[in-house]
Write a protein that binds this ligand. Structure first.
Ligand SMILES: Cc1cc2nc3c(=O)[nH]c(=O)nc-3n(C[C@H](O)[C@H](O)[C@H](O)COP(=O)(O)O)c2cc1C
Length: 352
């Protein structure tokens, strides 16, 4: 009944040994300089039996950092650190893409470098508080509204980040276009009040995301680029009475780019209309279990399925699903803190 989960899949240029994807999850454990160190190498290596790993959100620039101890992909030290991660995953026969997450206005000053800026399409702060270094949510600061020239610079930063990810040995990148981060801030009419070619009509509000996707596709090949959306998700001050008005034009424009996949976090019953408007591969996510995930594959609604929380506590999730084994529970106190605890100390079945 769940056999389709274990069949190989091809998403663009990405060849997956099974249809089970590890969803991106921020875990706040990068080292000094936002460099991924030994802990991250071990964490991703342990989970390499996923058909594809999507890393935690990674900032393409110092400005793009919003949370505590998230890793970057803009310095040479960061590239070197990620190379160790990619090598470890490939050494186990896995595939890994990097999620590029520019937080834009969703950030707390104490989480990032003093010389970095908080930027957004418009000078409208995120009304929802964001966790600071100790995990306690605090108010965000007023963002700087990007000038036209600065918008183009940021697009260029993403392209460099994608090139850096490939340089580090990654199989591709995923643009984080959900959860209220920078591309989502351009898409949403509440956070984007620009009156230039990046604001106003849906055609203008999708422009930033499409330019970023096109720039990354030009740099590393369209078959190595995917993007993540979550229409209707109000998280990070993104309430939107009509998400289809923005996301359908986005999907239709992205169809023309020939990308590897769209990764849908289906929080608001959007799978039906996303599928109708997206002609490429779809990775489905949110609250899936083996049965519901396999049904999505079997019906053709999705070409792959992703699991987030199960992968935190089950490094060998693929094998556990194959055997129908019990799944371990997440240690909720150590999701964002604890170094190895609650991170690399979950045993695989064979070990435990
Ligand atoms: C601890 C944690 C961190 C997360 N960080 C990210 C992130 O960096 N990028 C992202 O796109 N989604 C992030 N998510 C959302 C997950 O990728 C996923 O969409 C969500 O957990 C629902 O899938 P699940 O029901 O299988 O857990 C995070 C979720 C969790 C639990």
């Amino acid at each position: 009944m769940t056999a389709s989960l274990f069949e190989p899949r091809t998403l663009g240029a990405l060849a997956l040994s099974n249809a089970i994807v590890m969803a991106p999850m921020t875990r706040d454990r990068a080292g000094p300089g936002d460099v991924p160190g030994d802990l991250l190498v071990e964490y991703y290596r342990q989970r390499a039996s996923a058909g594809l790993i999507v890393t935690e959100g990674v900032q393409p620039s110092a400005d793009g950092k919003g949370y505590w101890r998230t890793p970057g992909i803009w310095s040479q030290a960061q590239v070197a650190g990620w190379r160790r991660v990619a090598d470890a995953v490939h050494g186990e026969g896995g595939r890994i893409v990097m999620q590029l997450m520019h937080c834009g206005r969703v950030c707390v000053r104490a989480n990032k470098g003093d010389d970095s800026r908080t930027i957004a399409p418009s000078a409208i702060p995120c009304a929802d508080p964001v966790p600071g270094p100790d995990g306690v949510p605090v108010a965000t600061e007023m963002p700087h509204a990007l000038t036209l020239a600065e918008v183009r610079q940021v697009v260029g930063e993403y392209a460099v980040a994608a090139a850096n990810a490939r340089d580090a040995g990654f199989d591709g990148v995923e643009l984080h276009c959900a959860s209220g981060y920078l591309p989502n801030q351009f898409l949403n009419p509440g956070s984007n009040r620009r009156d230039d070619i990046y604001g106003g009509s849906a055609e203008n509000r999708i422009r930033f995301a499409i330019e970023v996707l096109a720039a990354m596709a030009d740099t590393i090949g369209a078959g190595r680029v995917g993007f993540r959306i979550s229409p209707g998700n109000p998280y990070n001050d993104m309430a939107d009475p009509d998400p289809q008005a923005s996301f359908i034009p986005l999907l239709q424009a992205a169809n023309r780019l020939g990308l590897a996949y769209v990764h849908l976090v289906d929080v608001a019953d959007s799978l039906g209309w996303v599928r109708e408007n997206w002609s490429g591969n779809l990775i489905a996510n949110n609250g899936l279990k083996a049965g519901t995930a396999a049904a999505l594959l079997d019906s053709g609604s999705a070409q792959a399925v992703s699991f987030g929380r199960y992968f935190i506590s089950n490094p060998d999730l693929v094998e556990r699903l194959r055997r129908g084994a019990e799944l371990a529970r997440v240690d909720r106190d150590h999701i964002y803190a604890g170094e190895a605890r609650g991170y690399t100390d979950y045993p695989a079945l064979a070990d435990g």
